[in-house]
Design a protein around this ligand. Structure first.
Ligand code: PGA
Length: 237
């Protein structure tokens, strides 16, 4: 039986980071969904800030086009514990979130996230049926992930630091080499995304690579029309 990790659909995640207010979220969704046609080749997830998860979910419920929801982080602590300001995996699952971005380099850098924290967050996701999308800058960070059961393959986003938000994406050859090396460490059924200055003009250089299963898109996901163009390029419609 084909599972999500072994089928050929490319996963494209829009990571809005700390952008957008309620009105901006609505405008983006209105514009994007007016253009978007689901295609066999692609799966899309939108990753808003926590306060907007429910708003995106409401659109998703209204619109049957199959957009998925991703969160930008999750608490490493268990649900219903005393941790002010945290959001639990149980709460995300309850809101219809499917993917959770974990260990983004901005969180490692600005919030002191350690490999241990990241492994705890992966565990919280897997306990609650959420799919972790773990960001790694290099193979050392991939190596630090605790092996998980084969039945729950990981999604890894390979995001070299110098490529993030710089307009200087990694070369496709280097990306492919890293994607294959990550699968070598974590298992062949690991899904590997590329992230770092991917946009509508360069995205297929990555999504067409053997061994690369999609993209994590920051800056180029903020504008609905630009993201729409990127999605069309990947879906080839
Ligand atoms: P970027 O961000 O597309 O703006 O480089 C990617 C990321 O940080 O995930």
């Amino acid at each position: 039986m084909k599972n999500e990790q072994t089928n050929n659909k490319k996963l494209v995640i829009a990571n809005w980071k700390l952008h957008k207010t309620t009105a901006g979220v609505k405008k983006w969704l209105d514009q994007f969904l007016a253009e978007y046609q689901p295609a066999d080749a692609i799966k899309i997830a939108i990753s808003p800030s926590f306060p907007h998860v429910a708003a995106v979910r409401a659109y998703k419920t209204l619109d049957p086009k199959g957009l998925e929801l991703a969160a930008q982080d999750v608490s490493r602590f268990k649900h219903a514990s005393a941790h002010t300001g945290e959001v639990s995996a149980v709460q995300l699952a309850d809101l219809g979130v499917k993917y959770v971005i974990i260990g983004h380099s901005e969180r490692r850098r600005d919030f002191g996230e350690t490999n241990e924290n990241i492994n705890e967050k992966i565990a919280r996701c897997l306990e609650n049926g959420l799919q972790p999308v773990v960001c790694v800058r290099n193979l050392t960070e991939a190596d630090a992930l605790i092996p998980i059961p084969n039945t729950q393959p990981l999604t890894i986003a390979y995001e070299p630091l110098e490529a993030i938000g710089s307009g200087q994406p990694a070369s496709p050859a280097e990306t492919q080499k890293m994607a294959l090396a990550i699968k070598g460490i974590l298992g062949e059924n690991t899904r590997v995304l590329y992230g770092g200055s991917a946009d509508s003009s360069n995205v297929t250089n990555y999504t067409n690579l053997d061994g690369v299963n999609g993209v994590l898109v920051g800056s180029a996901s903020l504008d609905s029309m630009g993201f729409s163009k990127l999605v069309k390029a990947v879906s080839n419609y």
